[in-house]
Design a protein around this ligand. Structure first.
Ligand code: HEC
Length: 157
């Protein structure tokens, strides 16, 4: 019994001390998304879908849930955001080549169609972010138009 108590006490101390460690927050400016919106011109409904279901991991502006105040959950969330942004960041859209942007939209269509985005681990806790069939179609229709636009743009080698 004593031993278990000791172990629990040590774990508690570790947990309390861990609370002093936090990853940096992803709290950029919403305006950083404007260039992406101007260029890809989503209709209002798609704009809302992107905001509700994608930007938390694919832009510089994450809306954090309360449990982000708990270490180590915050590190787990931060790693998703970091990984999501590394692959696709709408806040850093300018500066990508047309080829790369087009490729990102190709991936986007595939991922949304296969229901791989938004991530399952996200929709467990953000049920409102889950996409309906209709929303999936709306996103894909928009993404196809964006690809058509990119296909008509000159691509320097
Ligand atoms: C909880 C975080 C999270 C959410 C929410 C999320 N994603 Fe992702 N996304 C990721 C991560 C992490 C990766 C990279 C790993 C992978 O491919 O699974 C990724 C990869 C991608 C890629 C692939 C980029 C590439 O080059 O391979 C696209 C495109 C994408 N997401 C689009 C979306 C769209 C569109 C939404 C909203 C409908 C969305 N994501 C919602 C985390 C997220």
């Amino acid at each position: 019994m004593r031993k278990i108590k000791k172990i629990l006490l040590v774990l508690l101390v570790v947990f309390v001390v861990a609370q002093f460690f936090n990853p940096n927050k992803n709290e950029g400016d919403l305006a950083s998304i404007d260039a992406f919106l101007d260029e890809t011109n989503p209709p209002e409904n798609v704009k809302l879908i992107l905001k509700k279901s994608c930007y938390d991991c694919h832009s510089d502006v994450t809306r954090y849930p309360w449990y982000n105040n708990i270490t180590p959950i915050n590190y787990w969330l931060a790693s998703h955001v970091k990984d999501g942004k590394k692959h696709f960041n709408v806040s850093k859209w300018e500066g990508n080549s047309v080829k790369r942007k087009d490729h990102k939209f190709e991936e986007l269509i595939e991922m949304v169609e296969a229901k791989e985005m938004p991530l399952n681990s996200y929709t467990w806790t953000h049920s409102e972010a889950k996409l309906t069939e209709v929303q999936i179609n709306e996103v894909i229709n928009w993404a196809k138009k964006v690809r058509l636009k990119y296909s008509l743009e000159p691509k320097p080698e």
